[in-house]
Design a protein around this ligand. Sequence first.
Ligand SMILES: NC(=O)c1ccc[n+]([C@@H]2O[C@H](COP(=O)([O-])OP(=O)(O)OC[C@H]3O[C@@H](n4cnc5c(N)ncnc54)[C@H](O)[C@@H]3O)[C@@H](O)[C@H]2O)c1
Length: 358
Amino acid sequence: MTNKQTLRAGVLGCGEIGRRGHIPGFQAAGIDVVAVCDANLARAQSVAKELHVPRAYADYKELLADPDIDVVSVGLPNFLHAPVSIAALEAGKHVMCEKPFATSAALAEEMIATSQRTGKLLSINQHMRFEGTSRAMREAVVEGRFGKVYLADVRMIRSTGIPGFGSWFTNKDMAGAGALYDIGVHMLDLAMFLLGFPKVGAVRGMLSSALGEQKIGLGGWGIDRGTAGRYDVDDTAIANIALADGGLIRLVVTWAAFGSSEERVTLFGTRGGADRSPDKYGRDTPLRFYQEHNGAMETVIPDTSRYPGAGTSASIASFIAAIRGEGPLMVKPEEALQTTRILELIQQSATQGREIAA
Ligand SMILES: NC(=O)c1ccc[n+]([C@@H]2O[C@H](COP(=O)([O-])OP(=O)(O)OC[C@H]3O[C@@H](n4cnc5c(N)ncnc54)[C@H](O)[C@@H]3O)[C@@H](O)[C@H]2O)c1
């Protein structure tokens, strides 16, 4: 357990998530951010000044050598998640890594082994799990309220959602994948969390890059962008993930759709179901439960107000509590490894054009 007064953070990456999510998240949890790092030193210095962080580094190794730092966040391009997290764990820091956890299951395994060997905690910012709607749905599944859930249908549709066109986001060597890793990982993690990380039987995936290649659907996220750079990642990912218990996860995500944006999670069970759709039901009460009542279908609007907090701040606060021994590690790296394996199978299936057994 670490003393509450002495826990200090360092933030690796001063792009969008570092500046908007990690630094404010640590500060909201009462943790001093004592250093930031970005390869673009001017960016690191300007973010440090804006958010009252005393030190700014260009090289992550310098930040990791800082003995004042107990915990770091990794908000860097995807290909750096594994090497930088491993270096941080080796340097004796607890690590909150951004999603996608790693660009391969082998790297994810190495990260977990390093966390186990060093005794430092490792978690991933899968913040959608912390939303009240997610927790209410998970609780209902555990209680058996929906019977056996045989289908989890998850989708995130964006019409102008390609981040950082021409930057690392759309360069396969640096991103690993496009929409699949950017938003697919969120929806897949959520589906797996809701179902209790079930065993997977087989995966059929499809990836498409047809819209992004035409520069259709460019969005505003990502601090660096430019239309001259590479685009060799998927903008759309679709998968059927057959579960060993006979159930199915159906995943549809896209950065660039000819259609309206939508974010939806639907659970179909043998005795009831759930539907989370801010687009259909409104942001105030986005969740509906459906169940049988006196031979008819009853609709319930669950109270999700007892789960306060959401987003990256909730995820960081929970990680800090786990470091202090005040709560469980809510996003376990072993769960993220399972998700990483499925993401690999989706890509293999898409390349080979056939279903792949897990
Ligand atoms: N959990 C979420 O909802 C969420 C949301 C957004 C981004 N992310 C993740 O966070 C990560 C960063 O995304 P972003 O949107 O902030 O990207 P970004 O492009 O806005 O920022 C990345 C930053 O990393 C810096 N950088 C690149 N290489 C570096 C190096 N070797 N050393 C130090 N700094 C380096 C860049 O200069 C840039 O400032 C990605 O993995 C992304 O998937 C997660």
